[in-house]
Design a protein around this ligand. Structure first.
Ligand code: M6R
Length: 364
């Protein structure tokens, strides 16, 4: 049931602190400061290359994971949307690990990609939320998310749980590759353990975000910008908004703006900038200022330091708790989801059952 919430989507957004904690319980050994996987027999040190395949929001979780796997484990990662992977004749080397990511475990394109890669001798790991699904059954290694049933067509809690599992997988891969010492592993356990409280902190801005929904609800087009792991979040923000509010939205890597999209900027196109303070902050802010210099109306999502440093001149700011960069993609998913939700509510669309969409896409 929806409990006290008006929509399943809102209920599922609010469940994130609990379901992420529930998911992490299977991956963190907090007493020993270890990050483990529920598949202890598999030797990750033999993995030479990773291929990640998924669709929609699950694909964006995969995109965050690509940054992590390469950064922490120094293992090369290919990333594809499932419908492209199957037909482009991808090169799959021996000793390759394919990771499929899916809430339902039934998405037709992702399942077909899994079967194709399996036939090519890849080891298949599946990050899935439905443990009885086809992907869960057909994979060699099952990495479950414990988000519980997700009813809203717009994926929310499945995404943050996928990120939690993928962060744990990145840490395991890094350790197996000799790229993670005990102190670094301990730090990762600490950061991941802080995610549920930080998600709660992010949810505290629900009302603030509801109050600014009118700034977006009248727009015809909206842009989302981010850098590093905030780039996939920009894409996810745009997908969420278009799915449930029917407003045209696009996510861009902040640095790509000046290569074309900046031509779209005027005062009718709100630009949502996702930029936690940290090593990439100044770069993103300079892209943001290029937008403002052209009359663009910016909503900045950052933490206290970031909002202090760059919030002036924005039409609105959303202040997230200050978090370690590793868990920022989980935490910043919340304002992005809430913004889409409140804009859709303001427009009066069917949030849980948007037009033309199905929860599980079981046709090609
Ligand atoms: O069940 P899956 O994770 O495989 O589904 C993939 C996409 O169909 C799904 O994420 C879709 O994009 C959502 N409606 C996004 O909110």
């Amino acid at each position: 049931s929806k409990g006290n919430h008006r929509h399943y989507m809102l209920k599922e957004i609010y469940e994130q602190p609990i379901v992420v904690a529930q998911t992490l319980r299977s991956y963190l050994q907090r007493m020993e400061d270890r990050v483990t996987l529920p598949i202890p027999e598999f030797d990750l040190s033999t993995v030479k290359r990773v291929t990640i395949v998924a669709c929609g929001t699950s694909y964006y979780a995969g995109m965050v994971a690509k940054y992590w796997f390469e950064q922490f484990a120094r293992v090369p990662v290919d990333l594809d949307v499932a419908s492209e992977f199957r037909y482009r004749q991808p090169v799959m080397e021996e000793g390759g690990l394919m990771i499929v990511i899916s809430q339902s475990g039934e998405t037709a394109d992702t399942l077909a990609a899994l079967r194709h890669a399996k036939a090519e001798g890849q080891t298949i790991a599946a990050v899935v939320n439905v443990p009885t699904s086809s992907m869960a059954r057909e994979a060699d290694l099952l990495l479950p998310t414990h988000a519980g049933p997700e009813i809203g067509v717009a994926s929310t809690k499945a995404f943050t749980c996928q990120l939690a599992v993928l962060a744990a997988l990145a840490a395991n891969l890094a350790r197996a590759k000799g790229k993670l010492n005990a102190a670094e592993e301990k730090a990762i356990v600490k950061h991941l353990s802080e995610a549920p409280a930080a998600l709660n902190g992010a949810l505290a801005y629900d009302e603030t975000i509801a109050d600014m929904a009118h700034l977006i609800a009248g727009a015809r087009d909206v842009l989302y910008l981010g850098r590093g792991t905030d780039y996939p979040l920009a894409l996810e923000g745009a997908l969420k908004l278009k799915e449930i509010s029917y407003i045209h939205a696009e996510g861009y890597a902040a640095g790509e703006m000046k290569h074309g999209p900046i031509a779209l900027i005027d005062d009718a196109v709100p630009v949502i900038v996702i930029a936690p303070s940290g090593p990439l902050f100044d770069k993103t802010v300079s892209n943001m200022q290029e937008v403002q210099a052209r009359g663009g109306k910016v909503v900045l999502i950052s933490d206290y330091d970031g909002v202090q440093a760059a919030g002036e001149g924005c039409i609105a700011t959303i202040t997230m708790p200050k978090v370690h960069p590793l868990i920022a993609p989980l935490v910043y998913a919340v304002p992005v989801q809430l913004l889409a939700y409140h804009v859709a509510v303001a427009k009066g669309t069917d949030v849980d059952q948007p037009r033309n969409l199905a929860k599980s896409v079981t046709v090609e």
